[in-house]
Design a protein around this ligand. Structure first.
Ligand SMILES: [Zn+2]
Length: 490
């Protein structure tokens, strides 16, 4: 162990602790700074340092495409200070280029919650791989498993982070369960290995991706020379495939293409290439059930009216037609709407603990079969499209302890990176009655004209209406109480 000094391209220096046995990936060796808050990573292939494309790519990633630094401080165009802080939690973004003693990068260390503190992988990174398959999940400590609401939160953050990359024209190029670390306990994720991003106008990196996440059109042309015009390279379209695989795996704990066809592969690599490439088939394709696992009991349609169409669009219509795949912004929107339909399962030993409430589940938890036993309110949101004309604009399924935010109150506020994440109201079941407690709405008013000042509450009753905020863009709400016998028609 020795304390060494690395020199950065901008002339500054950083100290790191040299060790004989540094963590080594396929591309880089990692050393920690003395306080372990940052890492200095040297590329194993040092000729990389003489590759002008790689250098140009890294400079663009650290500078003009960097969403973790505000635009006014040299970061990506349009990035506010609020957005920069938000995205710093979602990306492990490189902060500098090292030129001496070797070519490499400086990056923040992953937060501690992305390392296992217990169980068979203690000290290891929390890769999705351990959480998605039943073979590995059974070895996880209970405290690490997480429930459906936390996986939905992870998917939401991931889609927001990838939407931000795509919005700037960047592609990650190697999204996989290795490069998106997840912490189901806290419902958080972080995207790593940012240095192989595909940057506009710069020659793309020589990355194929990770098996299981490579888009079929890339798998089926991987045998062609790199310069062959028929070879498909990683792009935003291939990211959309990989991201959809990660979302499907997170929420349903299985791989969307891994069915009987893959298990029947006996003659090695060539068949594997066909099954994941030119002949790839969604395990839940309703037109061709030949790849459907026999033990599949929870169909993707349980994810509700917003996510199910995107899954079909990506794995049926867009599996071999990349331009038909759902965009990252569509996933983000659908995940946001699905968040408002979540309901806790009444069965304390249900493995998922939460599910999406909609017509198709017929009033029972789709994961454990426990029926919903109680009545509960739905808030039907309306926005004013023209003076006096109110249109339906989403709904919120109410559960005990749910919080409401500005994006529920105003029709022009989105729950994105710029959003104010202070709760403005909450609902609870109090002495047998459902109530909504106003925490921060200064002009809330019921349809009968009663003001509801901050700190006071109203009972949520069937047919009742109120306005969250009696000003421009404020939504109106119609309350509907659902009884156990009426769990259809929402
Ligand atoms: Zn359940």
């Amino acid at each position: 162990m020795a304390l060494c000094t690395a020199e950065l391209m901008d002339g500054s220096t950083i100290q790191y602790v040299e060790s004989d046995d540094p963590p080594t990936g396929t591309m880089k060796r990692t050393y920690f700074t003395p306080d372990r808050s940052q890492v200095v990573q040297f590329f194993i292939d040092q000729s990389a340092g003489r590759d002008p494309n790689r250098l140009a790519r890294l400079q663009a990633i650290i500078g003009k495409y960097n969403p973790t630094i505000p635009e006014e401080k040299g970061g990506a165009k349009g990035t506010s200070a609020t957005a920069a802080v938000y995205f710093r939690q979602l990306f492990c973004w490189p902060t500098g280029i090292v030129v001496k003693p070797h070519f490499g990068i400086v990056a923040p260390t992953y937060p501690q919650n992305f390392f296992f503190s217990d169980g068979p992988w203690e000290g290891g990174e929390k890769k999705g791989l351990w959480f998605f398959g039943s073979n590995t999940r059974k070895y996880l400590p209970e405290s690490e498993k997480g429930s459906f609401i936390q996986y939905l939160s992870i998917c939401l953050q991931m889609s927001r982070a990838i939407r931000r990359l795509h919005q700037a024209g960047l592609a990650h190029s190697d999204l996989s369960s290795n490069n998106v670390l997840i912490d189901p306990t806290s419902g958080r994720c972080i995207i790593i290995d940012i240095d192989s991003l595909v940057v506009p106008q710069v020659f793309p990196p020589d990355v194929l991706g990770t098996p299981g996440y490579i888009a079929p059109e890339v798998v089926s042309t991987q045998h062609l020379p790199l310069s062959d015009p028929n070879r498909n390279h990683p792009s935003i379209r291939t990211d959309l495939h990989a991201m959809a695989v990660l979302i499907y795996e997170s929420l349903l704990k299985r791989h969307p293409l891994d069915g009987p066809k893959r298990h029947s592969v006996t003659s090695g690599e060539e068949d594997e290439i066909l099954v994941m490439g030119a002949k790839a088939l969604f395990i839940e394709d309703s037109n061709d059930p030949s790849n459907r696992p026999k033990d599949l009991t929870v169909p993707y349609t349980v994810l509700g009216p917003h996510l199910a169409p995107l899954i079909k669009q990506t794995f049926v219509d867009g599996l071999h037609e990349p331009f038909k795949r759902a965009h990252s912004a569509e996933w983000e929107g659908a995940l946001n709407k699905t968040w408002d339909l979540l309901i806790p399962c009444a069965n304390p030993s249900c493995e998922q603990k939460w599910f999406v409430f909609h017509d198709g589940i017929h009033g029972v938890c789709p994961f454990c079969g426990t029926p919903i036993a109680n009545s509960f309110p739905i808030l039907r949101l309306r926005k004013e499209t023209r003076p006096g004309i109110w249109m339906n604009d989403g709904k919120v399924v109410v559960y005990h302890g749910i919080y409401l935010y500005k994006w529920h109150v105003y029709d022009h506020v989105l729950p994105g990176e710029e959003a104010d994440r202070t709760a403005i109201a909450y609902c609870s079941l109090y002495e047998g009655k459902w109530i909504l407690v106003n925490q921060g709405l200064s002009s809330m008013i019921t349809d009968s004209g009663s003001r509801v000042p901050p700190g006071s509450a109203i009972e949520l009753k069937d047919g009742q209406g109120f306005t969250f905020a009696n000003d421009l863009h404020g939504r109106r709400v119609a309350v509907e109480m659902l009884q156990p016998a009426q769990y259809v028609g929402i």
